[in-house]
Design a protein around this ligand. Structure first.
Ligand SMILES: Cc1ncc(COP(=O)(O)O)c(C=O)c1O
Length: 378
């Protein structure tokens, strides 16, 4: 038992919050000033900082990224029964938001190099569903920017609004411009597993002041003014000042944390590329990743299971990443346009310890065990 406890203390976690800044100072301030709920100065401060960082006119803080996606779809004036194009390789929240808005997702396969929405497939879907698609959501997988130019041009010519699901991509850049600055609406997540966390939280960015006012109202039960008067059916989707206090402290250290993530990825990359059973995800020349969650592609699903079992036994936390959504029970009836890329990737992507607080010694330990692991399917 004693031995087991010692072993647990040695465990290298996958991705934990890095709370070494002013988090406690700001939390204390929330308590001292009584601003603990969905109003308070930290919320506006965070909105202002993020709006400026992402070169947008408006930022609306929300309770999480899922709520931000839901609200963004409503702001696109989607109607029940409309279709929304989303990538097949994403987190369930992207698809769930579509259903919560009363719409139906159309799953589009991903490009075989960038693992993000394939523009050719998007065009094919639009020509198959003329006039029936009310939005498309592009996801920047693992913090790496999707190829936005062709998607923006399709969105403009088909007059279908583009939502950027940049949940894990805060800090990434596409052709020198911040990810989150491109969509009609762009969405961030500050969940505990993200590089910059609010404990739980999200943000919607938009350049439209009219949409921003609508989103703000909708997230606060659609109440008009201080009286109990309502204009529509709303939600309680606001961020609290406590979460914003955490977020503000994180924003102060954002550059440092992004740099730590970059360094971790740069150390892992050559080791992974040398390994006969593993490969790194492609780094596309159109952008710079936020290096949210360092992940590799294993040669097969059994190999990834073996690798995870092996590293877990060495007290190293690793996890399997996204799987194709369209083949899973809740989404099986939704239309899909696939060409095998997402399916082929399913079960093969494994994420490694990459907290911004990961020490050199701990990363060296992961690498040493990784180098000793070899998969032989025969
Ligand atoms: C691509 C994507 N979209 C949406 C979300 C949802 O964000 P949240 O957990 O803040 O609701 C996540 C969370 O990881 C995500 O990865």
């Amino acid at each position: 038992m004693v031995h087991q406890n010692r072993a647990r203390a040695d465990r290298i976690p996958l991705a934990v919050p890095d709370l070494r800044g002013n988090e406690l100072v700001y939390l204390k301030k929330c308590i001292e000033t009584n601003w603990v709920s969905s109003a308070g100065p930290f919320i506006g401060e965070c909105e202002e900082i993020i709006k400026n960082k992402l070169e947008r006119s408006n930022a609306i803080a929300t309770v999480n990224g899922s709520a931000a996606l839901h609200l963004s779809l409503l702001a696109c004036k989607t109607k029940p029964g409309d279709y929304v194009i989303i990538p097949d390789w994403t987190f369930a929240a992207t698809a769930n938001a579509v259903y919560h808005a009363g719409c139906i997702p159309i799953f589009a396969d991903i490009d075989k190099q960038s693992y993000s929405l394939d523009p050719d497939i998007v065009e094919k879907i639009i020509s198959n569903y003329p006039g029936r698609i009310s939005a498309m959501i592009v996801v920047h997988p693992l913090g790496h920017p999707a190829n936005l130019d062709p998607l923006i041009s399709i969105s403009k010519s088909a007059k279908i609004p583009l939502i950027e699901d940049a949940a894990g991509a805060f800090g990434a850049k596409y052709q020198g411009r911040p990810v989150g600055s491109f969509g009609e609406f762009s969405v961030l997540s500050f969940n505990g597993n993200k590089t910059i966390t609010a404990g739980g939280g999200g943000m919607i960015l938009t350049n439209s002041s009219i949409d921003a006012a609508y989103l703000r109202k909708l997230s606060g039960q659609a109440r008009v003014g201080q009286d109990y008067k309502y204009e529509s059916i709303g939600f309680n989707y606001r961020m609290t000042n406590i979460n914003a206090g955490l977020l503000l402290a994180q924003l102060e250290r954002m550059d440092e944390m992004l740099a730590a993530k970059r360094k971790i990825a740069e150390i892992y990359d050559p080791i992974v590329n040398k390994h006969k059973n593993l490969k790194t995800l492609s780094s596309m020349n159109w952008g710079e990743s936020s290096n949210w969650l360092y992940s590799v592609v294993c040669e097969s699903e059994p190999a990834s299971c073996d690798l995870m079992r092996y590293l877990d036994a060495q007290n190293i936390e690793v996890r399997s990443f996204w799987r194709s959504l369209s083949i899973q029970p809740p989404y099986i009836d939704a239309p899909s346009f696939l060409n095998g890329v997402s399916e082929k990737l399913t079960g093969k992507v494994v994420s490694f310890p990459c907290s911004s607080s990961l020490t050199d010694d701990d990363q060296a330990r992961v690498i040493s065990h990784l180098s000793q692991w070899n998969w032989s399917s025969g």
